[in-house]
Ligand binder design. Structure first.
Ligand code: NAD
Length: 491
């Protein structure tokens, strides 16, 4: 396990020598200590990224040359897949098969953006048709510059990949700050980048507190672009900080996503996807479908099947075979989710199952998967993100009512609909005010497809070609092509 900052191609302690603890959420043991970056460290990292961008030529390499580094990083991740997945489990708590999935996905993300980097070479210029034949014009894409990437703790390596891969593909250089509670795999990513010979300063990783290292990145005048995934309140701070010197921003924030199940849906299939939509990663998923709306005819049978299956979920240390629900990421997160469940009960909700620490798990941040019914529409439990394995379920009668309830939220990240009637499913999908819509499933995510939210769930889109555009500026080059005199002032 690495414990130092990775700046300008070198490992170094923080400037004041401070560290913070890494706690295994399954055992509550301190398993490691990592350097806590100061504002001074961030300044050194940003200046290194600046040099790599302005002087050392990273953006001047061809897309194909940058792609070679990205593919080598993908290979480096794959070569250490098992070891990195294990680190993710002891840092974040998620079950090993999920961590394995994340690590493979992160490698795939680097390969995907390697492909897009190569395409940048083949289609760099877009001719523009002008109404005045004396001029020709073209649009070219260029990297924005130094990107500050700030990520959360729920998918530590994958969130790093979603930002670092497109940024490097575009020709940007990066200062990455992982979440304080899950920094181990971002440091391994730096180690892999170092092993494959990524030029110094192109990727820098500064671990540490949001209020110190994160704040120093968003305040830094030499950072051109901020890419953030995390909570709404921090997203607002980033937008405000970016306003001062008009930094480019992309924000991926929270959600309270609906899942609408119609009477014609198969109950077992619906229960499977509802569970996948809220219990995967202990429900610590921004796109989790945490508000389930079930049409009246299916409601009672579906609820009882959901409760029956939810009670069977095997809880435990993510490293154990067969475990499907690990501990929450931290003591703080555990407390927050328990507090949200208590508030839901106080507001009138009924706990159909779960809601407490499971028996036999006195140590570790464990929580039973929880199903809430009778959740008042105006309560926080229905409206605010809980970010834990807690689903609220209620019934509806008509399609119009379902759409109204689904869209009645300040968030708009994701939404799901389940129906055997394709036309109805398409109609509801079109009516959802959300950036990601699933039909007959919930959560499957592909590197090729755009990811991001409407309303307070964010700005911009990651993944796919949209993710690359996040790190590119568009420049028009217009030529006066006739050789004639212009003749306005000088006749
Ligand atoms: P958070 O906003 O507290 O932290 C996210 C990151 O921001 C961390 O690295 C943190 O250190 C940093 N940070 C905190 N204060 C900062 C500051 N003042 N300046 C700069 N950086 C600062 O969120 P979290 O608790 O890590 O993650 C949970 C939240 O993230 C949830 O709300 C969830 O919905 C959201 N999320 C969204 C997506 C998405 O794709 N939309 C994905 C994952 C998580």
């Amino acid at each position: 396990m690495r414990s130092e900052l990775y700046i300008d191609g070198k490992w170094r302690p923080s400037s004041d020598g401070r560290t913070f603890d890494v706690v295994n959420p399954a055992t509550e043991e301190v398993i490691h200590r990592i350097a806590a970056a100061t504002a001074e460290d961030v300044d050194v990292a940003v200046k290194a990224a600046r040099r790599a961008f302005d002087r050392d030529g990273w953006p001047k390499l061809s897309g194909a040359q940058r792609a070679r580094y990205l593919r080598a990083i993908a290979e480096g991740i794959r070569a250490r897949q098992a070891e990195i997945a294990r680190l993710e489990v002891i840092d974040n708590g998620k079950p090993l098969p999920e961590a394995d999935w994340d690590v493979a996905d992160a490698a795939g993300c680097f390969d995907f953006y390697a492909g897009l980097a190569e395409q940048l070479d083949n289609s760099p210029e877009e001719p523009i048709a002008l109404p005045d034949a004396r001029f020709t014009s073209k649009a070219v894409k260029e990297p924005i510059g130094v990107a500050g990437a700030i990520i959360p703790w729920n998918y530590p390596l994958l969130m790093a990949a979603w930002k670092v891969a497109p940024a490097l593909a575009a020709g940007c250089t990066v200062v990455l700050k992982p979440a304080e509670v899950t920094s181990l795999t971002a440091l391994e990513l730096a180690a892999i980048a170092d092993d494959v010979g990524l030029p110094a300063g192109v990727l820098n990783v500064v671990t540490g507190a949001g209020a110190v290292a994160g704040q120093a990145i968003i305040d830094h005048r030499q950072v051109d672009k901020l890419a953030f995934t995390g909570s709404g309140p921090v997203g607002s701070k980033i937008m405000a900080a970016a306003a001062r010197d008009i930094k480019r921003i992309s924000l991926e924030l929270g959600g309270k996503s609906p899942f609408v199940v119609f009477d014609d849906a198969d109950i077992d299939e619906a229960v499977e996807w509802i569970m996948f939509g809220i219990f995967w990663n202990q429900g610590q998923v921004c796109s989790a479908t945490s508000r389930v709306l079930v049409q009246e005819g299916n409601y009672d049978r579906l609820l009882s099947r959901l409760v029956e299956e939810t009670k069977k979920i095997r809880i435990g240390n993510g490293l154990e075979d067969g475990v499907l629900l690990g501990p929450l990421v931290s003591k703080r997160q555990h407390q927050q989710v328990v507090t949200a469940i208590e508030a839901a009960k106080a507001a009138g909700a009924t706990v159909a199952c779960g809601g407490k620490r499971p028996k036999g798990f006195e140590t570790g941040y464990y929580l039973e998967p929880t199903v809430l019914t009778d959740v008042p529409l105006e309560s926080d439990a229905w409206r605010e993100e809980i970010f834990g394995p807690v689903v609220s379920i209620r019934s509806f009668s008509t399609e119009e009512e379902a759409i109204e309830l689904a869209n009645d939220s300040r968030f708009g990240l994701a939404a799901a609909v389940m129906s055997r009637d394709d036309r109805r499913a398409e109609r509801v999908a079109a009516a959802f005010r959300a950036g990601i819509v699933w039909i007959n499933c919930s959560q499957p995510t592909f590197t090729e497809a755009p990811w991001g939210g409407y309303k307070e769930s964010g700005i911009g889109r990651e993944l796919g070609r949209w993710g690359l555009d996040n790190y590119l500026e568009t420049k028009q080059i217009t030529r006066f092509a006739t050789g004639e005199k212009w003749g306005w002032y000088i006749k």
